[in-house]
Design a protein around this ligand. Structure first.
Ligand code: DIG
Ligand code: MN
Ligand code: MN
Length: 390
């Protein structure tokens, strides 16, 4: 057995978190039954703590079965909290399963059946109580069933209104209860619905501003979901950061043009995820680094923990590459050359004087167009860096 690698070993200071449903994924998929036994949440907590994780996240029913009695619920929560206390793991984020039970087959907050919408809201009230009881400070909403296959059946504007009503009601609940909780909305373009409402992080950023309490609500971008939409995860996260709305993030990986693979972080898109880690670290993002991913269906029960280690290891390797990027004289010199201006920039704010001055300026387009842009060299240096030859 080779001695454990002393480098890139995670500690709670790295704020790595996993959902119970991630390492607990039993390997079921639309075409096959589970390939691994169900894991007890307490065992998950202990194994994650042993790997250096900081926290664990959960849907309500990852911990408490949907038909549990109140006393059964309390006993389960008590046992789970004892494991948290024993290991020091925290629960930074909680969420509601509004997608597994058949009752949500046609939506939850946006379901055509008003009684289903009422049940979804009630279930979320109880799940929020559970999350707060476990210490969560962020509450995620992923509307996996909020969508359609048959657009003839549903008014998309009505769906947006229903989702807004639910968000406004739940924000009011959190304020009424004086819970220290913020909401994070997670977008996905499709699967399991043919189309899911609010398909991208950008769509949610626009929606948040229409809420009664937008200050309480941010986003939870997921790598695989933005990639499914053919988008650049870095640019989505950058817009969330710029808006002060990056309340949480789901890290994983994804091959282009495929179903939601929730692959181990860094197993596919090394360069894209290098720039995502660079953005998170350079921006000073202080939230959880949550891996919403799962091991390959073919993986053994013990191999799941190779999967867990791999997520954190790759993040730390890429974080070290970010440091090297910043210290690389040639890379930094090329960046300085690229960002050196050929002349005075535009006015940063409007005034009659700045406008008239700009109108009166002359520009030599040939000179501006002749500036060299050494992107081939720069990108090759990044490739060298990531391949470990620099
Ligand atoms: C799937 O990407 C979703 C659900 O697993 C969960 O509601 C959310 C929290 O990370 N991600
Ligand atoms: Mn996903
Ligand atoms: Mn997710």
């Amino acid at each position: 057995m080779p001695s454990p690698d002393p480098t890139y070993v995670p500690t709670p200071a790295d704020k790595f978190t996993f959902g119970l449903w991630t390492v607990g994924n039993p390997g079921r998929d639309p075409f096959g039954e589970p390939t691994r036994p169900r894991l007890d949440p307490v065992d998950i907590v202990r194994r994650l703590a042993g790997l250096g994780a900081w926290g664990v996240n959960l849907h309500d029913n990852d911990l408490v079965p949907i038909d549990a009695t109140a006393s059964e619920r309390d006993a389960i929560v008590s046992t789970f909290r004892a494991a948290l206390a024993e290991t020091g793991l925290c629960v930074p984020m909680a969420t509601t399963n509004l997608f597994s039970d058949p009752v949500f087959r046609d939506g939850a907050f946006t379901a055509p059946d008003a009684a289903v919408r009422a049940y979804a809201l009630q279930k979320t009230l109880h799940a929020i109580d559970l999350g707060v009881e476990l210490g969560a400070s962020t509450y995620v909403f992923w509307g996996g069933r909020e969508g359609a296959e048959v657009d003839a059946a549903k008014d998309p504007i009505e769906a947006i209104k229903r989702f807004r009503e639910a968000m406004n009601f739940l924000c009011a609940y959190v304020k009424d209860q004086r819970y220290g909780l913020r909401f994070a909305l997670e977008a996905k373009p499709n699967e399991p619905r043919g189309d899911i409402y609010f398909p991208t992080t950008g769509a949610y950023l626009g929606f948040i501003e229409t809420l009664d309490h937008p200050e309480m609500v941010g986003v939870n971008p997921e790598v695989a979901h933005e990639h499914m939409a053919g988008l650049n995860i870095c640019h989505a996260v950058a817009q969330a950061l710029d808006a002060g709305k990056l309340f949480h993030i789901d890290l994983n990986d994804q091959k282009a043009g495929r179903f939601d693979q929730d692959l181990r972080f860094g197993s596919e898109s090394i360069k894209a995820l290098f720039f995502l880690v660079k953005l998170l670290e350079d921006s000073g993002y202080d939230g959880p680094r949550h891996f919403d991913a799962h091991a390959y269906r073919s993986e053994s029960p013990e191999g799941v923990w190779d999967f867990a280690r791999g997520n954190m290891r790759t993040y730390l390797i890429l974080k070290d590459k970010v440091r090297r990027f910043g210290e690389d004289a040639e890379i930094q010199s090329l960046l300085e050359e690229i960002h050196t201006s050929s002349g005075e920039g535009p006015p940063t704010s409007y005034s009659r004087a700045s406008m008239e001055s700009l109108k009166s300026r002359t520009f030599d387009r040939q000179v501006l167009a002749a500036k060299t842009l050494p992107y081939e060299r720069l990108d090759q240096l990044v490739v060298d860096l990531l391949l470990g030859v620099r």
